[in-house]
Design a protein around this ligand. Sequence first.
Ligand code: AHR
Length: 673
Amino acid sequence: ASVTIDLQKRKAISPVLFGIFFEEIGHAGDGGLYAELVQDRSFDALAAATGFLDSPATRKPLDLATLAARHHHAMLPLHMPWDSNGRSYSSKREYLEERRRNTSYDPRNDIIVAWQPLPGTTAVLTKEQPLNEHNLVSMELTAGTGPHSGLLNFGYWGLYVQAGHNYTASLYMRNPDEQPKNVTLSLVGEHGATLYGTLTFSGVEGGWRKYTAELASTATDANARLLLQFDGPGKLVVDSVSLFPSENVAAGSGMLNPWPFRADLLDALKALQPAFMRFPGGCYIEGDWMRNAFRWKAALGHNEQRPGHMNGVWGYWSTDGLGLFEYMLLAEELATEPIWVINNGVAHGDSVRTADVWPLVEEALDSLEFISGPPDSQWGGVRAAMGHPEPWTINYMAIGNEDCGKPSYLTNYLLFFGAIRARYPHMRLISNCDMGPDAPTDLWDWHIYTNPTDMFKRRNEFNGKTPQNSHHIFASEYAVTDGGGWGNVAAAVSEAAFMTGMERNGDIVTLGAYAPLFVHWNNRPWPTNMIVIDNSRWFGIPSYYVQQMFSRARGSHYLDTTVATDPGSQVHQESVAASATCGSPACDRINIKIINFSSMQQRVAVVLTGEGSDAVLGEGELVYLWSDHPEAENSFDTPTKIAPATATMDGLSSKFVLPAKPWSVNVLQLHLG
Ligand code: AHR
């Protein structure tokens, strides 16, 4: 094949083309990027799972055997057989996938039971004397006759603790008895027998009070437990039991809550150098029902003031420890453009009539004041009180997710668009529908999930669209989900080809993001995800490295690039994709991306034409990713089996040959002298 690049024919392209999309799916936040180690710190998930949260009852005695069985079920590895509601599945994954397709399932049945009362302890969920008006459920424990009464928390498939590290525990306790009690918190091994660290709160008495102390761990264990014990007889009521690495608590100084992000995963995101971050959904912002949609005002203030909500589409409880404040903090930390997606009154199962949607419009306007208003404004003041007096900048907001055509979407959209545009004229607003060039929108949201062959063809998806015949496009979700394993090389190479099409049409495609970003290995409701995590490790699938390679070789201008196939080639015609960009203002650094979507090595003849092509310096840097096994994947054990390698190419001029390995993505940076 040959690739011809015309240095004269160039057009300006979007400076924010490649970004990320963070959604609370697959424990991306809770149990993932969010650094809280205790699962279900406020017992709301347990209350939802047992039907207590929504019931008028004020007390719910817990049946320990049922809880234990349900907990055991949730902890089974994904490849184990699985049964639910009388049906058997060959694996938990099969179950999760069916659940995704089945709109009538009850997500509360999937909530993981993370708390286990110790044998002999009577555990009752109670709404009596709640901790505060937002945190209505607490756990009342009554000591048995034996010496050990209390509760165990399993974290997110184990708590990860490290020898020599400190963890800051905080919890609220109420002692309804006359007799003061001593309460012990310990880090222990899986079966509770090995002690890694312990502390005692002595003389706990009276009404609700917060207790905070540090626990030092003597061991490293990714499957540890948090054990709360108290001396009987009598009762103890607890709520908001939290454990963060002490570094997070220190880093959060000046803010209401500990620094929210797990350090290694934050670094994984930084390495992507995203130009923007779309958040927090996805279906997450819609909810299975409106009552389960993400609402930013319920995710403000101290953690113990946040009620949390059922993440009904993805089947787990959201603590809302990641709220709008934390998402903006994340965007700031990544030095990236925030793209805040709001629910405009449309969920999967229901919607708000346009006549009734105005309160949601006001909520959206308030969110912009919260983000960007001065500290003396109402909502800017709330932000300042949370520890960020400086206003943030926001330029993009998406109104809804995948809701085009759903009842009320368009009419609700128009109200949101009008109100936001009137108060914040600079905001670039994103609709779910391609409404044609004259419609009231700045960008429209486009999604694709497909197989590698189709993804490769989709490099031509946007050809022919121009600012004259279309609104700008936000390709906010794209990925190979069929035939790509957990994320294999063929999938990544085809996505790279698609991304060359984004660059080619970078005057009309403004933003694009792979989806989803994170998944916890023990809960995978979506087939492929860019970064796979557990509580102590992560690895990027090959697509992660493709994203890095494209981000690091951005250009301000697209250079006309044509691909031709040798007439006599044995390789299928449609197997090479390419794009070239250059950096402004001198356009003297050229980024050439050449994709080989085939199992044969291809000698690609690269020809630069036009003024400046004779000034190509002899040496360039090549970054490439490849495998001769299209199904090759990374894993926790071999996290970088498929990762970019670098090489220096010399002997370059206006004509040279790039030997493109099978199933490869090649990014060559060359310079004009
Ligand atoms: O990325 C996973 C899901 O795919 C998103 O939540 C949704 O927008 C799309 O259907």
